[in-house]
Design a protein. Structure first.
Length: 77
């Protein structure tokens, strides 16, 4: 048993190439209609609480923190 700790990777299904974009400690994600942008939620390493919402555009180095739930009584989800 243990906690679910996922690393999100992306693969070009036409070429089979694994893209360099990846995110650690991901609990949930959603594609945006442009097929390049994703929103995803990460968990806190200690509390295991989903506390941060991020945005990333594939092919860029930008990982933008959109929201952080600082109240430990609540989580994102």
């Amino acid at each position: 048993t243990g906690y679910r700790q996922y690393t999100l990777h992306f693969k070009n299904l036409k070429t089979g190439e694994l893209l360099p974009d990846h995110m650690d400690r991901v609990d949930d994600m959603a594609w945006i209609t442009d097929n390049k942008t994703i929103f995803y939620v990460t968990e806190d390493e200690v509390s295991k609480r989903n506390d941060k919402l991020w945005r990333h555009v594939l092919g860029t180095d930008k990982y933008e923190l959109i929201y952080e739930e600082k109240d430990e009584l609540f989580d994102i989800g």
